[in-house]
Design a protein around this ligand. Structure first.
Ligand SMILES: Cc1cc2nc3c(=O)[nH]c(=O)nc-3n(C[C@H](O)[C@H](O)[C@H](O)COP(=O)(O)OP(=O)(O)OC[C@H]3O[C@@H](n4cnc5c(N)ncnc54)[C@H](O)[C@@H]3O)c2cc1C
Length: 377
């Protein structure tokens, strides 16, 4: 069999590329080493609830073209991300806004909230005594004051990084925007939502009419053949590779590092566990950072009670080790330099396109991944 493209990876990059290529009359084969399509946006349906298997995914963008594109594949719902933080049993709205300040200090006007913030920032500035902030803790106190730092930032950040805020560099937090309005919408983007019926419908729609095979590892297949362009008893003019770039090159310069999240899923005999999709736990001594209750991404109002059970996932940030999901690239000096070396090799390839979060070793939200896949063809 002869194909124009072998697309390695059935995530959003691979699926979007395949969709466009197919529309242009190109013959594509999409393979994935996992047993399912969709990459990290894949959902498993449990009790009629779409469970985000690789972490909660909320689509958001300012790009109307991308929004129209995904909605042409499957319409999106009106989900608006409004996380809540739980600190020692008390709830606070996020991102920091007038609701949060009311919950924190009982203030009811922007002027009162501003006064509180200013007096706490001034105290942090005095404590520095003319020095620049030396670590994340000092930087955060300066930007937002003690109360918000202690209750909503400190513990959460320490769990995320596995280190004390005093040992983290100040530059990690450059800005901590506050909203002097009552607005719990987490994203500033014009468009957001979840595909109606779940992300698998988006992936299935993108891959409609495209040949796909799951449970096939490109790296393994390639080992058994003389040329990577003729594997799986087929010939390919070009390869679109969305796997890890260091793995593609046999780790010849060494391994890139990641941070990851361990997800602990529970099925609960209650129709509504926490009343919101996302609840952050900001205390240091609760080991997880967030609890996701999946049904709230797609069920609103009394729909929530239509299913008597619910599925939650607790998120535990973790150091990445072999065999774990490589989620977040680490953009420190070592890894940035290492990636640059692999990128040099990739730039020399004539018939291989590297795209997506693993091949580009870069954290991308979904909308930018789609933008890049649309531009790559
Ligand atoms: C925990 C988490 C939460 C996120 N939440 C959001 C969010 O709320 N909003 C948002 O916009 N974005 C979010 N993202 C980002 C989003 O997941 C990515 O933008 C998107 O999944 C990237 O798609 P991709 O195709 O590049 O990669 P992937 O989805 O990782 O797809 C790559 C595929 O390639 C396959 N593959 C790799 N190597 C091989 C091989 N050798 N042979 C065959 N197949 C191979 C993999 O199995 C995988 O399926 C989140 C990411 C994470 C990690």
């Amino acid at each position: 069999m002869e194909y124009d493209y072998l697309i390695v990876g059935a995530g959003l990059f691979g699926a979007t590329f395949a969709h466009q290529a197919h529309k242009q009359g190109k013959r594509c084969l999409v393979i994935d080493r996992r047993e399912h399509l969709g990459g990290n946006v894949y959902c498993e349906n449990i009790d009629g609830i779409n469970v985000h298997k690789y972490g909660a995914h909320i689509f958001h963008t300012n790009n109307k073209e991308v929004w129209d594109f995904v909605n042409s594949i499957v319409p999106f719902n009106r989900y608006t991300n409004s996380p809540v933080a739980n600190y020692k049993g008390k709830l606070y709205n996020l991102p920091f806004n007038m609701n949060t300040f009311y919950q924190m200090w009982g203030v009811t006007t922007p002027a009162e909230a501003q006064m509180r913030l200013e007096s706490q920032r001034a105290a942090a500035l005095r404590a520095l005594d003319g020095r620049e902030p030396q670590n994340l803790e000092e930087q955060a106190r300066l930007l937002i004051g003690d109360d918000i730092y202690e209750r909503l930032i400190k513990g959460y950040t320490e769990k995320q990084w596995g280190r004390s805020c005093k040992d983290l560099p100040a530059f990690i937090i450059k800005r901590l925007p506050v909203r002097m309005v009552f607005d719990n919408n987490y994203f500033n983007d014009r468009y957001q939502g979840i595909p109606i019926g779940g992300y698998n419908r988006l992936i299935d729609g993108l891959l409609e009419g495209v040949e796909t095979r799951t449970g096939i590892d490109f790296i393994k297949e390639r080992k058994e053949c003389n040329s990577q362009f003729s594997i799986l008893n087929s010939k390919f003019k070009k390869i679109v590779y969305t796997g890890s770039i260091d793995e593609y090159y046999g780790y010849c310069y060494g391994k890139l590092e990641y941070r990851t999240v361990r997800l602990e899923q529970e099925r609960i005999n209650d129709s509504n566990y926490q009343g919101n999709a996302v609840v952050n736990y900001t205390e240091r001594n609760i080991p997880y950072t967030r609890i996701i209750e999946h049904k709230h991404f797609e069920m609103f109002g009394s729909e929530v009670e239509s299913i008597p059970t619910t599925i939650i996932s607790k998120e535990y940030p973790a150091e990445w080790k072999e065999g774990m999901e490589p989620y977040y690239p680490i953009n420190d000096e070592r890894n940035t330099a290492l990636y640059a070396k692999y990128k040099e090799l990739a730039d020399r390839e004539e018939n291989v396109i590297f795209g997506g979060r693993l091949a580009e070793y870069k954290y991308y939200d979904m909308a930018p991944v789609i933008e890049r896949a649309l531009a790559a063809i």
